[in-house]
Design a protein around this ligand. Sequence first.
Ligand code: TYD
Ligand code: MG
Length: 467
Amino acid sequence: MPRGGKRSFVCRECGYQSPGWLGHCPQCEQWGTIEEDLTPVAAARPTGGKGNDRHGAGVAVAAPVPVSLSEVTFDTGDRIDTGLGEFNRVLGGGLVLGSVVLVGGEPGVGKSTLLLQALLSMEGRGVSTLLVSGEESASQVKLRSVRLGGGSSGLRLVTETQTEAVVAALEQLQPTACVVDSVQTLWSSAIGSTPGSVAQIREVTAQLLHTAKTNGIALILVGHVTKDGELAGPRVLEHMVDAVLSFEGDRAQPFRILRAVKNRFGSTNEVGVFQMAEQGLIEVPDPASVFLEEGDMRSGSVVVPVLEGSRCLLAEVQALVAPTNFAMPQRVARGVDRNRLSMITAVLSRRARLPLSNCDIFVNIAGGLILEDPAADLAVALAIASAFRDGDAGRGMAAFGEISLTGKVRYALQSDKRIQEAARRGFERILVPGRNAEEAAKAGVTPSGMKIEAVIDIADAVRRNSG
Ligand code: TYD
Ligand code: MG
């Protein structure tokens, strides 16, 4: 292989490059992720989306002619409707011809189902489609299509894992939309390493990207994620593609969220919500309260309106506090960051004088939702305080606000949206940060039948909640 005699090494997780092998990646702090970079020199050249000859290394090239921005035309009518409104929404209005979208998610979350549904719908509307399946056999895909009600669809299927063959198929069949499931199963004969390695993933993606751009194909790549939720393979993959979508959800729960992590053709501020059912994924166009548990709320549970993109969802924080049997009390968090939980617990102990140091604390977000909105802090704190006292305070109450180390409850963004959503679901009380309460009063947005209570700090909030 023409490598100029130099070996180089690259981290499988973050793409960090090093001249020698290392057991520990200094960039992403992972162990055992550095491997030899077997990309041939010509193939390792940066491949943008310009459709130039990637293998023309060393050939004299003419200077490109610039165009004036005012002369550039751009047609938004070129988007293809995927047939799933929630999917279109996250994409920014549909698939763009000549673009490459990466859809990541844990195994079993429903990536193949979502994309097969989209392909079947597009095929049914006369869009020419192709499914490249490197993971499932033709009969498995057929079985799934039957389940999704598209058993007799004309959708074309190729079960192939060699990239050069896939590229040849794309060039010959010229589909308008194509799904490759998954990018990790593909391999290229240009590279010596095994499928799924950094060099392979990068080469496979570069070849597919080039083909999609030059042939105007809307290409969707499926990518697996690691246990930590990162896309397996180097970050470079995220830089190469036009959009990165993440499909999330607890497999044991019916609801799934599709989120744009990166989008060159739309906002990353949108999420799509789906429900996994017998006949595949069903869209949930009004997801505000689907994550709440049915029936009466009990002690240790507080609802928080969280922002997910431009939408507001109601999330139910559930907590259980019990005397510990261990020297080190347990802190178990599902759906909230564990470090965040430790911080909130410490603030509750110090600033609200709750003796939690001898208690195990378990926090769970109902419905498998993962909260990243810092305004969920107050609800987490109140759920723990309520569980600690085992009273039934919290019933019919919602709260939001970020908690600082001093115990102060800090201003949250878009309080009007949060308050409206809680009111719509019938909450009668909502605890909000002081400045948000002032803002609501000024704007006159208090919905009828709802009491907005300003809280100064965590001790004040806990006191109000126990009343
Ligand atoms: P799948 O799309 O294969 O997940 P991924 O490609 O992300 O690994 O589907 C995952 C699960 O969805 C699978 O365990 C079965 C379930 N499922 C349904 O509940 N209903 C359906 O109609 C289909 C097709 C799958
Ligand atoms: Mg799959």
